[in-house]
Structures are given as C-alpha cells and as structure tokens.
Design a protein around this ligand. Structure first.
Ligand SMILES: [Zn+2]
Length: 457
C-alpha cells in the first residue's frame, strides 16, 4: 500500500483534531495553516486512509509516493561495510550523501582524535541499543570551573530524520577545526569570529549526542524509509511490522502516562498502542535504552543549562511547553498539580494552560531569535519561533522533560530547552531531503547552533 506526502484541509478545529484522535494520521504538527474555510496541515498517509478522509469531507493535495522516493534516497547512502572510511569522506561540509550509522560514530570519534585531544572528549553512553549498538557523545570544551555553563545538543532520535546526525557532526567538525586553527566560521553571511569560537570552547562545555537511535536510523536507511521509532522487539503475539519499537520522544518522564493527565478529547500526538506506527509511548517512562542514554547526560553533567533536540520537519524553533498553551498568571496551574488531571491538551480553552513565567519565556524567545537570525543569514529562509504546543499537544518529549527537571527537583538546574524542526514541508521526502538540499539545511542549522553557543551564557 503506497504512502503519500500530502496536505490535508479540514473545515474546523474538530476536523483537524479528528485527523489525530480518530484517523491516527501522521501530521507535521507545526505546519497547521489557518485558511478562509478551515485549516490545512502537512501529513503522510497511505492510499486507503486518504480515501477514507476524502469520503469524510477532507480535501487532499497529494505529493510524492514516499516509499518510492525513499528507496531512491536509500540507494544514495553508502552500505555499512567493514572497509575503512577516510577522514575526508567523513567531512560533512564536502560530502555528497548522508553518513550511514557507522560513519556517524566514526566521524564523531575522529573529531576527538589527538589533534583535538586537548579540548574534546569522547563519552561512551552506558546503555546499548536493542540491536546492541554502542552510542557515543562528544564533549567540546577546554578548562574547568564551577560557573561554566554547558549546552547539550541531541539528534537522531527519530529514525527517518536522517539529517540530524549529519548536522551535529558538521557542527562538531566546524567548531573543533576553527578552534584548533584559531580561525572563525563563515557560513553564508554569518561571520563567527575566531575570538567568539575561542570563547565558546574556553568558557562553556558543549555536549553533542548526534545519533541517539542508530537501530531505527539504520532500519530507515535500508528497509522502511518512513520508520520513526526505535527497534524494541514487538510484544508477544503481535507479529505485524508496526508493533516493533517505541517513539523515544514520547518515552521521557513528563506527563508520560498521558491518559491520566490529558482531556480524553485532546488530539494528543501520543499512543498507548504498541502497534502504532508512529507514537507508541513504551511500556513505562524511560523504558528504552535510547531514552536512558539521553537522560544520563543530563544527570551526569549538572552544569547543563541549555538543551536543543534536533528534528525534522517544518522550519520551526520550538520552546516550552508542548502539553498545552502557556500562561504566566497562575503558578498553581502546572503539570505537577493533580487537580488539573483530565483537563490538559485542548488548544484555545481556559480549563488548563501550562505555567511559564514571563521572564523564562523572554529568555527562551530571545535565544531562539538568535538562531532564527543565523538561519536566515544562510539563504534567507525564516524559521518560525513558536511554542511547542500547537493544535496538537504532546507528552513525554525531551524538551518538556528537560525544562521540567528543575521544577520536579529544586536541586537540579534550570535547562532552557528547544526542539528545532529543520527543513521545509515543500521538500520531497521532507524527513530525508535529497542531499544537495540537505547540505543547505546543514549550513542553516550549524549556523543556528554556533550562534546559540555564542549567545547562551
Ligand atoms: Zn522528530
């Protein structure tokens, strides 16, 4: 059954909410456009579902067959082999194709090689994946000190979003090359000076965990290009292919058991069904080795003050919160207050909104604006800076978990947290665009991350 990249138009809020709560359509949550006669959203669905939606009154604009196009993208990725890859082949800025899962780890290790040894360190994550892969993160930073803030970049959580590891490897390669050679970084009309680069490396720690879900990414690159989850074996008695895996970015300990916390009619983009192709939350919070690894870095490095999870797509920079709209007037209306259970997750109502102080919102937006400006300087694309909550709320995501840590435990530091959704909905196969387009996106997001490291203090 072929699957298509589509735009779906519905007549009102309920029609759009039903796409998720009734039809389980995979919508790009932040592409909702308000039209004269309703709303339109970018999405993916198979032919049968599209016919059902058309019969129910939705208007469908159909683009590429994502499986057919995905096969083409898969052919462009080098096969995983035992053969050694040269350092030049691992340089993302001059590469002609996505790094495969082995190449990402190799490229990360190469960044930590002796020429950069004085200011980098490879960090082996403690939990092997379901398919026994070992993941590594990289620390970039020279010097120590108690007032040294750390910044944490995560990527490769969703299997099909192939470009995020490439982005983070490119960032690490450019930052370390520039520091080692006492030079600046120029991308488009961004000119980050040698002095700015030196300040990042010598006064801050940067942690880069580029490929959190290598099992899923490998499966997407070789078998099912649209795969999103990890590769946890399917529960007994569920032989279907879709029953494998957990959505890592629904598995964090933030309102994880969402049916307790959310309004039953909320169009939340989460599922308790192990056979849900997209957003199964897992058997318990932080059940997955990939989630545990991502959390381990927060626990291990208590000076982390900033966090960015790199995803695709829709050209957005998202700040807290994702479970409901923000409010700054009632501190007791918050995710920890059981009195609001069953009320969360409806856009546009007043029964529940998540608490975020005006000061925190301003800090979050100001830093997001720096990233937006750096992205625009590459080729003029303007990413939207907006709250993670859209018409469609979420629970169990990394960004809300990261920002909630200081609220659930006052011993922990406040971590300003973001999700970047790179890439335009108008790209064919937007989760893994053809590499010439991906190269432009890599330049944009690397610029955003360098700009962020300069601005975050
Ligand atoms: Zn994602």
């Amino acid at each position: 059954m072929p699957r298509y990249h589509v735009k779906i138009t519905g007549k009102d809020y309920d029609a759009m909410a039903d796409l998720v709560r009734k039809y389980q359509v995979n919508v790009a949550r932040h592409t909702v456009e308000k039209l004269d006669g309703g709303y339109r959203v970018d999405a993916h669905a198979d032919g049968r579902k599209l016919r059902t939606l058309e019969a129910a009154g939705y208007k469908i604009e159909r683009y590429e067959d994502v499986d057919k196009e995905g096969k083409k993208r898969q052919k462009e990725v080098r096969k995983v082999t035992k053969k050694a890859v040269t350092a030049e082949a691992l340089a993302v800025a001059t590469s002609a194709h996505y790094l495969n899962v082995v190449e990402v780890e190799k490229a990360l290790a190469t960044v930590a090689d002796p020429p950069n040894g004085a200011f980098t360190k490879l960090i082996k994550l403690p939990n092997k994946t379901w398919e026994n892969r070992v993941c590594n993160a990289l620390k970039i930073g020279k010097g120590t000190g108690s007032n040294r803030p750390a910044i944490y970049f995560l990527g490769g959580v969703h299997a099909r979003e192939w470009g995020s590891p490439d982005i983070l490897i490119d960032f690490a390669q450019r930052l370390t090359n520039a520091y080692r050679t006492n030079s600046g970084i120029t991308i488009g009309s961004n000119n980050f000076t040698a002095a700015q680069i030196k300040k990042i490396v010598e006064t801050k720690d940067t942690y880069v965990f580029p490929q959190a879900n290598p099992d899923g990414r490998n499966f997407s690159m070789t078998t099912d290009a649209m795969w999103r989850k990890n590769r946890r074996p399917a529960p007994a008695g569920h032989p279907q292919a879709s029953c494998v895996g957990v959505d890592i970015n629904r598995n964090y300990d933030f309102l994880w058991n969402y049916p307790t916390y959310f309004n039953a009619s909320s169009p939340i983009a989460n599922s308790t069904n192990p056979c849900d192709y997209q957003t199964y939350i897992g058997p318990k919070a932080v059940s997955e080795p990939e989630t545990k690894n991502a959390v381990w870095l927060f626990d291990q490095f208590s000076n982390i003050r900033y966090f960015i999870d790199v995803h695709s797509y829709s050209e957005d920079i998202l700040y807290s919160w994702g479970d409901d709209e923000n409010q700054a007037t009632n501190p007791s209306m918050n995710f920890q207050n059981g009195a609001f259970n069953g009320k969360r997750g409806i856009a546009g109502d007043t029964a529940y909104k998540e608490y975020l102080t005006t000061a925190d919102k301003n800090t979050a937006v100001n830093l997001a604006n720096k990233m937006q400006a750096a992205i625009k300087n590459v080729r003029g694309r303007v990413y939207k800076v907006e709250q993670a909550m859209s018409l469609y709320p979420t629970a169990g995501t990394s960004d809300d978990y990261a920002f909630s840590r200081h609220l659930t435990n006052s011993q922990k530091a406040k971590i300003y947290s973001y999700t970047i959704e790179w890439g335009s909905p108008s790209n064919p196969t937007p989760f893994h665009p053809a590499y010439p387009e991906m190269q432009k996106i890599i330049q944009e997001i690397t610029s955003a991350l360098v700009g962020f490291c300069i601005a975050a203090t």
